[in-house]
Design a protein around this ligand. Structure first.
Ligand SMILES: [Zn+2]
Ligand SMILES: [Zn+2]
Length: 238
């Protein structure tokens, strides 16, 4: 039932705190029996999501409160993607569409070809719509060949033409990670030295060149998440 502690927290919060908040309402009897839609919306808007977000992101409640207000706006960018042969297409809404993070690990390099790296962006999993799903194949790479440990990402490809479309990891179940190179919607343009992150460079092929002047290179994982980068650079779509 629960995939991680966040779900347990959500469950407890709704069960325990929601009735208590309703109890504080002036119309006690009415609210306890049947909260109005306005009461429910006010509760989620002003209490549940701010605190939920602060726990999730380990940030202070005020920052999270501001962030949570964006949660309810529906202006997230719609990304449309397709494979090369066109048998599989998808759309997903994203608040983090900037293609800034290049991963040079051997899995990304080999499954995506091209410049020796892969750029994943991030969308909301519940908004993902796929056409031609029957053509898709999945690949879950072995992360550690010695132990047989699997990579959390399940990579989705078109079984006909081989285009890599997106990745999904059950650990981060609310998100999906489309590959920037299969997105047909124009994505934000970035500054190659100050915006772009180069990660897992310890695994890059010797012939892959990281542009001179790159300000953010990491042997392993970066110092901030896709979402944090969009917040920091004021590129979060809300
Ligand atoms: Zn295809
Ligand atoms: Zn990678």
């Amino acid at each position: 039932m629960f995939q991680n502690w966040q779900h347990i927290y959500d469950y407890l919060f709704v069960c325990v705190f929601f009735p208590s908040i309703r109890f504080d309402c002036k119309k006690v009897d009415f609210c306890l029996a049947k909260p109005t839609t306005k009461v429910r919306i006010a509760y989620f808007y002003f209490f549940y999501f701010p605190i939920n977000q602060s726990v999730k992101k380990k940030k202070n409640v005020f920052t999270s409160f501001l962030f949570s207000r964006t949660f309810f706006t529906t202006n997230k960018m719609e990304l449309k993607g397709s494979c090369h042969c066109g048998k599989a297409t998808f759309s997903v809404k994203s608040h983090t569409p900037a293609p800034f993070m290049r991963c040079y690990c051997s899995i990304c390099r080999k499954t995506n070809g091209g410049g020796g790296y892969c750029i994943n962006i991030m969308g909301m999993y519940k908004t993902l719509k796929v056409n031609g799903e029957e053509h898709l194949r999945t690949y879950q790479a072995v992360r550690d060949k010695a132990t047989g440990e699997l990579c959390g990402n399940i990579r989705y490809f078109c079984g006909e033409c081989g285009s890599h479309l997106y990745a999904y990891d059950r650990k981060y179940a609310e998100y999906v990670y489309p590959v920037a190179s299969c997105i047909d919607t124009p994505l934000p343009e970035l500054d190659s030295s100050s915006d772009v992150y180069h990660i897992l460079t310890k695994d890059k092929a010797n012939w892959v060149m990281i542009p001179k002047g790159a300000q953010h290179t990491f042997d392993e994982y970066p110092d901030l998440s896709l979402e944090d980068w969009h917040i920091k650079t004021k590129r979060l779509v809300d």
